[in-house]
Design a protein around this ligand. Structure first.
Ligand code: KG4
Ligand code: ZN
Length: 351
């Protein structure tokens, strides 16, 4: 196998995106994403069974499209990489099954990798400067809100904290529903917040009280915030007063961005790590990006944000992590691995 610049196909099916990526080392050759988001819209959130079925339908055509986009033939691949977890069990299983079948049929090695660490690996692709470690990584999407310290991408990743209830993206989706906005809620709230006053309503910042510092300094909680917004809106409606959507959206967005950035910068400062990497679909949030840049500059922390097409769930980041494992001389995974919906962040590769 070519260890210098291995040619890897990555398969990602942990949530509602079927992602197929092809990379050569850190060079992105194809990034095909088929999302089943529209099919979940009427339920207001991702329905696992619907996602799993959609992966099954999208996988074949997405692999074909990635091969065509990259001009790569299956036989040329050095390895297949796949998300083993964490994520939705049924959805993961579809990708794992497909990856094993592909690897077996092609007689290629397979690398079962961690989705969260994959988000960090996305930063390697077509980057102007190499990813420097150690780095703090803040990963926020509809499925996860995690703060990691990455000392070595392939061998030393530690989870500092995560959400104890809803993911940040989930909170955006639920609050959007309260405000009568469609799914997915993040972009809608971002739009609705334009012109709103972020200081109009002081919504709660979860797990930021002095009493939370010992056990939950790096953990997140968004369920209290979501309830606070719902109550505020209900009270307005009960009083027969109009709901100032722009102010509510801006104030809610401010609360989420404030908590995420405060905790991420605290991790940088506490651990003496002057680097922060952002990943996940919520990174599209305009205020979150702005606030992260402001506070990172103030704390002299170098902020890195991969392009949005690599921030949301995708197969290229999985392929990129697979390529790193190969280049570091890691052995392939055995075919005995399965889908692990709660795979810990410390486990970069499943043996
Ligand atoms: O990474 P992603 O595409 O994958 C899943 O988690 O499936 O993230 C989707 C999440 C959704 O919850 C969506 O509402 C949120 O990211 N999102 C945003 C924005 N764009 C997408 N949240 C806040 N602001 C945005 N602009
Ligand atoms: Zn993700």
């Amino acid at each position: 196998m070519n260890r210098d610049e291995p040619l890897v196909l990555g398969i990602e099916t942990s949530c509602d995106e079927t992602g197929i990526g092809i990379v050569r080392g850190t060079t992105l050759l194809a990034n095909v994403i088929a999302s089943s988001m529209d099919e979940h819209a009427r339920y207001g959130g991702v329905v696992p069974e619907v996602a799993a079925r959609a992966h099954l339908e999208a996988l074949g055509p997405s692999i074909d499209a990635a091969l065509e986009e990259s001009g790569v033939a299956l036989d040329d691949l050095d390895a297949v990489a796949v998300t083993s977890g964490p994520g939705l069990a049924g959805a993961l299983m579809v990708g794992v099954g497909a990856a094993k079948a592909l690897a077996l049929a092609l007689e290629k090695p397979i690398y079962a990798v961690n989705h969260l660490v994959g988000h960090v690996g996305a930063d390697l692709l077509d980057a102007d400067a190499p990813l420097e470690t150690p780095t703090i990584a803040l990963l926020v999407s509809g499925g996860h809100t995690s703060l990691l310290v990455v000392r070595d991408l392939v061998s030393d990743v530690e989870l500092l904290g995560e959400t104890v209830d809803d993911a940040a993206g989930e909170a955006f989706d639920k609050v959007a529903r309260v405000l009568g906005l469609p799914y997915p809620g993040g972009p809608e709230i971002d739009r609705a917040a334009v012109g709103g006053d972020p200081k109009a309503i002081r919504f709660p910042r979860g797990l930021t009280q002095p009493k939370d510092q010992a056990a939950h300094r790096y953990d997140f909680s968004f369920s209290g915030l979501k309830t606070a917004v719902a109550r505020w809106v209900e009270q307005r409606e009960a009083a027969g007063e109009p709901v100032p959507i722009a102010d509510v959206a801006a104030s809610f967005r401010e609360a989420v961005a404030d908590v995420l950035v405060t905790k991420a910068i605290a991790a940088c400062t506490d651990l003496g790590v002057p680097r922060l990497l952002l990943g996940g679909g919520v990174i599209a949030n305009a205020r979150l990006r702005e606030l992260a840049q402001e506070r990172a500059d103030a704390a002299r922390v170098a902020l890195r944000i991969p392009p949005l097409s690599l921030c949301t769930d995708n197969g290229a980041m999985i392929a990129a992590l697979g390529a790193q494992l190969i280049m570091a001389g890691h052995e392939p995974s055995g075919l005995g691995f399965g889908a692990d919906s709660t795979l810990p962040a410390t486990e970069v590769q499943v043996a």
